[in-house]
Write a protein that binds this ligand. Structure first.
Ligand SMILES: [Zn+2]
Length: 138
């Protein structure tokens, strides 16, 4: 069971949810993002993200049109990460597609880059074996 804190961008308020690892994240539609996928290898008992990030995921999943295997989204600073890691600490970034073929991953990267959903999609040259996209505060 995870405690999940969501910043609701529409009300400017924090919301708290308790969800099992196999349950979908709050605001996720069609169970395309489970708690265990969002956390990846993080062992944190508390996770956090924003409503806007979850809605962006829903849009991206719809636009891509197939399942998106998630490596992780959330990480605590002491749990490692890669170059653009601060957005993972905020729970607003995803590293996905690790299990896809190169062709599928390129299609996913193009989908994310063209979707208009994300604030940032890391250049494909810097992410040879995954796709990173995030929703930054602006
Ligand atoms: Zn990343």
């Amino acid at each position: 069971m995870a405690k999940i804190i969501i910043f609701n961008n529409d009300t400017d308020r924090m919301e708290v949810y308790y969800r099992g690892e196999e349950e979908p994240m709050p605001y996720n539609t069609n169970s395309t993002l489970k708690v265990k996928e969002f956390r990846g290898s993080s062992r944190s008992s508390t996770l956090w993200t924003t409503k806007r990030t979850m809605q962006s995921w829903n849009s991206q999943r719809y636009i891509y049109g197939s399942g998106i295997p998630v490596g992780f989204a959330f990480k605590r600073p002491y749990e490692g990460g890669h170059g653009t890691q601060s957005q993972h600490y905020a729970g607003t970034a995803f590293d996905v597609g690790q299990r896809l073929s190169q062709t599928q991953r390129t299609r996913l990267w193009n989908s994310a880059n063209n979707s208009g959903v994300w604030s940032f999609v890391e250049p494909i040259s810097l992410t040879p074996t995954w796709v990173h996209f995030d929703k930054r505060f602006r």
